[in-house]
Write a protein of this length. Structure first.
Length: 202
């Protein structure tokens, strides 16, 4: 059974949390996915959170899918790269694809130890990820630059930022220069202050 079919069946089983990792690695065109019905509305006690690979925002259909899910109550964040798809229903069930796309089968996991470890993995990624609003058109930075800006505001070093975002130190410093130019800031601290004033950071 395809991961999409199983996940649709599991959404209704979630009583507190519905968590998703999505990298938009597909075997069929994204325009076909856009024709899928929207997910059920997440209301009441169920909190839905999704982490998307940033590249999906660069595809109109991918951005539309994210918008549809957000309208259904989903909280969305992005990372430059996500290595796999994953679905978690509470701390009870995990759904992992057997292939990169998930169309050829999926593994349903009910082991509390394994599901708990996957939940911790999701939460670690969630802390690193950037809220989708921060990467919207009103912020003239790329998703990676937005993530770097957030880490700058936390006082992270260039080397630490490079490890967190998976880029070389030289590349990170080039992005930092572009961010400072965009904000008209001469120092890292001034860049953080300017970003907060513009509403780019909480």
């Amino acid at each position: 059974m395809e991961i999409g079919d199983i996940s649709c069946a599991l959404i209704g089983a979630a009583s507190r949390h519905w968590l998703t990792l999505e990298n938009f690695v597909m075997e069929r065109p994204l325009d076909e996915l856009a024709a899928m019905p929207p997910p059920p509305s997440f209301r009441g006690q169920v909190r839905s959170r999704s982490i998307y690979q940033a590249s999906c925002m660069e595809v109109p259909v991918g951005a539309k899918i994210m918008e549809i899910h957000a309208q259904a109550g989903d909280e969305a964040r992005i990372l430059p790269k996500i290595g796999m798809k994953m679905k978690l229903a509470d701390e009870a069930i995990a759904l992992l694809p057997l292939t990169p796309t998930g169309l050829s089968g999926a593994l349903l996991i009910r082991s509390s130890v394994v599901v708990g470890a996957l939940r911790e993995y999701f939460e670690l990624l969630w802390e690193r990820a950037i809220p989708v609003w921060a990467a919207s058109k009103q912020v003239p930075l790329t998703p990676v630059q937005t993530q770097i800006l957030g880490l700058l505001a936390q006082g992270a070093s260039d080397e630490n930022i490079a490890r967190r975002v998976g880029l070389g130190v030289t590349t990170v410093r080039r992005h930092i220069g572009a961010i400072r130019d965009e904000l008209g800031a001469e120092t890292r601290f001034a860049a953080g202050v300017a970003a907060v004033r513009r509403g780019w950071l909480d």
